[in-house]
Design a protein around this ligand. Structure first.
Ligand code: SF4
Length: 348
């Protein structure tokens, strides 16, 4: 029988597990502390549970921690980790070190249904949702886990398409019985599923990033099919009903392609589209991927685009690109065998 992971469980579920093995309800909090605060990797390390209870637990459950299967290390210090995902399809998490922070970009699905034209993950199709255990395992099992300062749900998959697991993971990350992180250190990125986005806004206090990539519906639909079901103008209308000036932040993600979405007309329309939302715009350089005939905007055009947005009263910055040499940059995650750069002496 396959053992059931304990990580990914909230105290409510852990109480059911406690009852199953004959423990009092308060043992759920003890188990949560062992799982998320002391970060044990073996049920026998839960020494305030009786030996008999631990033995009963081990018959059906395991901690659920699995080490990354491989690592690729970029020249800029970015590290990409391969974790087990859906059967036959692994997923990737990317650790991005900066001077004053260490951000982990986690995956929420193996592959993705959204089929964005510019994205390696989207091009491989959908292979399954990750469980809350698999999401939390990425956070707990990267070697830099104890140093992490920020988590972004910007890896493989669309978080609002696997909302229950993502909400459970956020609860575990932020509650005092869990990892007790401030929600201000967590960002969930979405292409804009309306009901999922509304739930995220109402049920969590995490920062939100919305992938826009074009202010024009027809152009956006051509690169992001989700536009047909969830128009970006409706997303912005929804977002105008929330406060992003205090406590939580709204970012607009905008990958820039030469001649496609980088003209002054696009900048002006983008400024109009996001007016009244307090969103900041992250301009992102495109990283060419095989089989996609889209070219990155040149640096000077990106700077002019940023300046035009700034002149229109929109805070816009060009996001530094990280991990391009190991296919770890935005839109490049594929969950396949890591490239030869993996065979570095400091691989785990
Ligand atoms: S960009 Fe995001 S939503 Fe679109 S296909 Fe890639 S992973 Fe899915």
């Amino acid at each position: 029988m396959e053992l059931i992971p304990l990580i990914g469980m909230t105290p409510g579920r852990l109480r059911e597990v406690a009852a199953e093995v004959g423990l009092k309800p308060f043992a759920a909090r003890q188990m949560a502390a062992w799982l998320y605060q002391r970060r044990v990797t073996d049920i026998d390390a839960m020494t305030d549970l009786s030996k008999a209870a631990r033995a009963r637990l081990k018959e059906k459950y395991c901690i659920g921690r699995t080490e990354p299967k491989a690592r690729a290390l970029s020249a800029d210090g970015t590290a990409k980790y391969l974790f087990e995902g859906a059967p036959g399809r692994d997923v990737e998490a990317v650790m991005i070190p900066e001077a004053d922070r260490a951000t982990l970009c986690v995956s929420s699905q193996a592959g993705c249904k959204m089929n964005c034209r510019f994205c390696m993950t989207g091009r491989q199709g959908f292979h399954g949702n990750l469980t809350a255990a698999q999401i939390i395992n990425q956070v707990l099992s990267v070697p830099e886990s104890e140093q992490l300062t920020n988590i972004v749900f910007m890896g493989m998959g669309e978080p609002t398409d696997n909302l229950d697991a993502v909400l459970a993971a956020i609860e575990i990350l932020t509650e005092p019985w869990g990892l007790a992180w401030s929600p201000k250190r967590i960002t969930v990125s979405t292409v804009g599923n309306m009901s999922g986005l509304r739930t995220l806004l109402d049920c969590t206090r995490v920062h939100i990033a919305v992938s826009v990539h074009s202010p024009f519906a027809a152009d956006r639909a051509a690169i992001m099919p989700v536009e047909r079901a969830c128009p970006v103008k409706d997303i912005m209308e929804l977002l105008r009903g929330y406060d992003f000036a205090h406590q939580r932040r709204l970012s607009v993600e905008y990958i820039m392609w030469r001649g496609l979405n980088d003209t002054p007309r696009h900048a002006d329309a983008l400024a109009r589209l996001i007016k009244g939302t307090d969103a900041r715009v992250n301009l992102i350089r495109f990283h060419a991927i095989p089989g996609v005939d889209m070219q990155p905007s040149v640096r000077g055009v990106m700077e002019s685009f940023r300046d035009r947005l700034n002149d229109a009263g929109v805070t816009a910055t060009i996001r530094a690109s990280r991990g391009e040499d190991i296919d770890a940059a935005c839109g490049m995650l594929a969950g396949k065998d890591l490239r030869p750069a993996d065979n570095q002496p400091n691989n785990p």
